[in-house]
Design a protein around this ligand. Structure first.
Ligand SMILES: [Fe+2]
Length: 265
């Protein structure tokens, strides 16, 4: 057996430098790709149909960029964006914002926040959002009803019900924004008691509208072969319902009791 000095040197170099360097390089690449994956690549590899269904409000955004999540739903966002030469980072930032908007509801801080802050939150987070949601849901509902109207399980009447909700809700929100909220901001708490009762009664009526939507949509359960628009309609209605419940909760259970208590002192 011969002792090969060069071979031994080569093994020594590999053990001491090359393997650790490879390992370090691998770990760095892994770490970098993990970080990049969260910040930059979070939606590029997702199918348009997945985005439309899983991110509430994304259907309006996708339509804005003319990204087809219905017939072209199997394409990834990255591929579709590249084909249309759009700005991927911009679209991903907006999708991230939509996804995170549900996590911004920190009801605890509204228990002690100034009334002006709560009111601003209600108007920005709920009133403005409801108008966008209902406009988009109406478009989706009309599309589903016109394309699938011959099916027994087609949710006929959902578009009309969404229109009813839009009319009732916009009238309700206008009363809050123009009468009740300014009254509260001016400190007329005792005077606010009566309009608050009216608003609470209207909130109960909103709840009845949601029951109608549930009844028309088999409790928001799409059939197994439902198209992406149909599924996006139901997930969008679910998001609207969740938001409306949080909206009513913030008023009925947090803002209104604080104002009534202060008015009775
Ligand atoms: Fe309200």
């Amino acid at each position: 057996m011969t002792f090969d000095l060069n071979h031994t040197k080569s093994l020594f170099l590999k053990k001491c430098f090359i393997f650790p360097l490879n390992s370090l390089l691998f770990q760095s690449v892994f770490l970098l790709s993990t970080i990049m994956g969260e910040i930059i690549m979070s939606f590029a590899d997702k199918k348009l149909s997945e985005i439309a269904i899983s991110i509430p409000g994304s259907t309006a955004l996708l339509r804005e960029y003319d990204l087809d999540f219905c017939c072209g739903g199997a394409d990834t966002l990255g591929a579709a964006v590249a084909e249309k030469n759009l700005n991927l980072a911009e679209i991903e930032a907006r999708l991230t914002e939509l996804q995170n908007s549900k996590k911004q509801d920190d009801e605890q801080r509204w228990l002690t926040a100034p009334y002006a802050d709560i009111i601003e939150h209600i108007i920005h987070r709920y009133h403005e959002r409801h108008k966008q949601q209902l406009s988009e849901l109406f478009v989706l509902a009309e599309r589903v009803e016109s394309v699938h109207g011959d099916r027994d399980d087609c949710p006929i009447g959902v578009a009309a019900e969404i229109q009813n909700i839009y009319a009732d809700l916009t009238s309700h929100m206008m009363k809050e924004e123009q009468i009740l909220f300014p009254m509260i901001k001016m400190g007329n708490y005792a005077m606010a008691r009566m309009p608050i009762q009216v608003m609470e009664h209207e909130h109960a009526e909103h709840g009845e509208h949601l029951d109608v939507l549930k009844a028309l949509t088999n409790n928001l359960t799409p059939p197994a072969d439902a198209c992406n628009t149909w599924r996006a309609l139901y997930s969008g209605i679910q998001e609207f319902m969740d938001d409306l419940m949080m909206h009513i909760h913030t008023e009925n259970n947090i803002l209104f009791p604080r104002v009534i208590e202060e008015g009775s002192r």
